[in-house]
Design a protein around this ligand. Structure first.
Ligand SMILES: C[S@@+](CC[C@H](N)C(=O)[O-])C[C@H]1O[C@@H](n2cnc3c(N)ncnc32)[C@H](O)[C@@H]1O
Length: 272
């Protein structure tokens, strides 16, 4: 696989995003990129493009790799336009590392953990991570990313399961976590489980509260239009009571061109 040299959002607009991911420039859909594009000429340079009608076009669809703030990830053009990387999560990694460095061998539960970038960041910082995703393929991909990042020897439990069902079972087993990271999608799907974030978020956070230590940290992110940072903070407060610290922010990537790409909302709390 080719070497990797990082990430850049070059431009976005007119419903699309143009990103340099390692050695390739990718043009793909971005429904929240509502304004006009700014760097018009740059878009002609794209190596690969995705649209719903034609799928991927432009050339070589072989996997390649990107280095993101200390982890190396395999990128693979997927049938729905996904690549296996969520660069908008990188901005939370310094906060997570700080939480983990405060607590030697912190136990962290990462739900909807997908291809594992945040899991590997936590593991590299010294945490014992339980990585949960409902898709077997995503967990296998995350394990390849652990190999690529030279972190396969770190204490990570790789679990294919429904996040809600698994968390409830952990509570019954008496397991507790110093930190919980969760990025629930709009529609939850896993073997034997289907729910939506609209109706299921409260239940999910109640389950999370049931496995959190008294001074746990929680990072909740969501990418659903209409779920604002204040809604996520309110949902956390409803499940945990008033925490010691709470911050809530929009998730935004700013392109080199100056264009802005909104990608959801985040709320972070430290219980006590
Ligand atoms: C948008 S991705 C999360 C991105 C991830 N946080 C990251 O930064 O790499 C959503 C993930 O949730 C998983 N998922 C969907 N429903 C699930 C469920 N009920 N239980 C566990 N994982 C689920 C999907 O397989 C997918 O990998």
């Amino acid at each position: 696989m080719a070497a990797a040299i990082g990430y850049e959002l070059v431009d976005c607009g007119d419903g699309r995003r143009l990103e340099r991911l390692g050695e390739r420039l990718i043009d793909r859909p971005a429904p929240t990129a509502a304004d006009a594009r700014r760097s018009i000429a740059a878009w002609d340079q794209a190596d690969l493009r995705f649209d719903r009608e034609r799928g991927w076009t432009g050339g070589d669809e072989a996997p390649w790799a990107v280095d993101l703030d200390g982890v190396r990830l395999e990128l693979r053009p997927g049938t729905a336009g996904q690549l296996g990387v969520y660069p908008e999560h990188v901005e939370f990694w310094p906060w997570l590392r700080d939480r983990v460095r405060d607590r030697p061998a912190a136990r962290v539960l990462n739900l909807f953990a997908s291809t594992g970038a945040t899991t590997l960041t936590l593991a590299a910082a010294g945490a014992e991570v339980t990585h949960v995703d409902g898709a077997r393929g995503a967990v296998a991909w995350a394990r390849r990313n652990a190999d690529l990042s030279r972190l396969a020897d770190r204490p990570v439990r790789w679990i294919v399961d429904d996040a809600l069902g698994f968390t409830r079972r952990e509570a019954r087993r008496g397991r507790r976590y110093d930190g919980i990271v969760l990025d629930p999608p709009t529609y939850g799907h896993a073997p034997g489980a289907r729910w939506t974030i609209d109706s299921g978020l409260g239940e999910l956070l109640d389950a999370v509260a049931g496995v959190a230590t008294e001074d746990a940290f929680v990072l909740l992110t969501a990418h659903q239009t209409g779920l604002e940072p204040i809604d996520l903070a309110a949902a956390l407060a409803a499940a945990f009571g008033t925490p010691g610290e709470m911050t809530a922010d929009p998730i935004v990537l700013t392109a080199t061109s100056g264009a802005v790409l909104p990608l959801g909302a985040a709320a972070r709390m430290i219980r006590a």
